[in-house]
Design a protein around this ligand. Structure first.
Ligand code: FAD
Length: 282
């Protein structure tokens, strides 16, 4: 059982693109509500692809009584529209946002504005109205050439006013501990919450990991490759491995966990229950 009551446990969704996807997510949301996460976050397409979906889902689930933290990026959105959006979020009771640069589709030459600029802008326009989360990368962002520049850019976001951070996912707890300690040595003292990716589909996980620079350790990769055609076996093994990862992280002082649900409930629920997070007054 977790002892530190200030720990934060949260779950991420992405806005579905179809009506049937929406109905499916409503079912997932309903099932996960038993877990009482501190908040759900909802991703945002920096190229505008899921902008409306993020807003609609945020308003709808917020109205149903959940705490929603929408992700937000400048992307192709004007400063004026960002201010309007923040105003709407505030009106609907949103108190937390996840500020990101976002990614553009491969091959695009457009330049996105850095997340630190967005954090600075939000603080300038809305003072302390929102708790701002930012992203960080224990195994380094794919565009970073060293831990030094990685952490320097992360610190820019903290200095601009970020309150806490959520990491890219990883499967090696030492990556997190080394990164957290290095951040602390470099003056970053906000909570750094590990992002947790349950394992449900090896091909997708392998593709995502290549794109975002997350390492699947060799021992894990071999085992997952063996199980790639055994959906149930892979999921069960994934639950075991990720539960153990979460236990190590929490025992080592991680200030909570953020689950990338991929809009699925089963693995998140099982891991959450394994960790005895359920039933706590989150
Ligand atoms: P930034 O902090 O701006 O950093 C991007 C890169 O630029 C890094 O390599 C950084 O080191 C470098 N950099 C920063 N500042 C400077 C500077 N001044 N000069 C030179 N280089 C600099 N993507 C989405 O599209 N939608 C989402 O909803 C979404 N949610 C996410 C949630 C989490 C928790 C995480 C970890 C990632 C998420 N992503 C999402 C992916 C994210 O948008 C990408 O990883 C993106 O490439 C970087 O976003 P960032 O906010 O970390 O960018």
């Amino acid at each position: 059982m977790q002892e530190k009551s200030e720990n934060q446990f949260s779950i991420e969704f992405f806005p579905p693109k179809t009506i049937s996807g929406e109905a499916k997510l409503d079912g997932v949301f309903d099932k996960l509500s038993r877990l009482k996460p501190h908040f759900y976050s909802i991703t945002y397409g920096a190229n505008g692809s899921t902008k409306r979906g993020t807003q609609e889902l945020t308003f709808r689930y917020q109205q149903m009584g959940a705490n929603i933290a929408p992700h937000i990026s400048f992307g192709d959105t004007s400063e004026k529209d960002i201010i309007g959006l923040l105003r709407e979020y505030k009106k609907s009771g949103v108190g937390r946002i996840v500020a990101l640069r976002g990614d553009l589709p491969k091959g695009s030459n457009e330049k996105l504005r850095y997340a630190s600029e967005l954090v600075e802008f939000i603080r300038e326009k809305t003072a302390d109205q929102f708790h701002i989360d930012v992203a960080c990368y224990p195994e380094l962002h794919p565009e970073s050439d060293s831990i030094k520049t990685e952490v320097k850019h992360f610190k820019n976001k903290v200095d601009a006013g970020a309150n806490s951070a959520i990491t890219q996912y990883f499967y090696n707890p030492d990556a997190y501990f080394h990164y957290r300690d290095y951040c602390a040595q470099n003056g970053i003292n906000i909570p750094i919450v590990p992002g947790i990716m349950p394992i449900t589909n090896y091909n997708n996980l392998s593709r995502f990991s290549t794109n975002c620079g997350a390492e699947i350790p060799r021992w894990l990769r071999f085992r997952l490759e063996e199980l790639r055609d055994d959906k149930r076996g892979l999921q069960e093994y994934g639950i075991e491995v990720v539960t153990e990862l979460c236990e190590k992280l929490l025992a080592g002082g991680a200030p909570g966990l953020h689950f990338y649900s991929m809009n699925l409930s089963a693995s998140v629920t099982r891991i959450w229950d394994n960790l005895s997070l359920s039933g706590k007054d989150n």
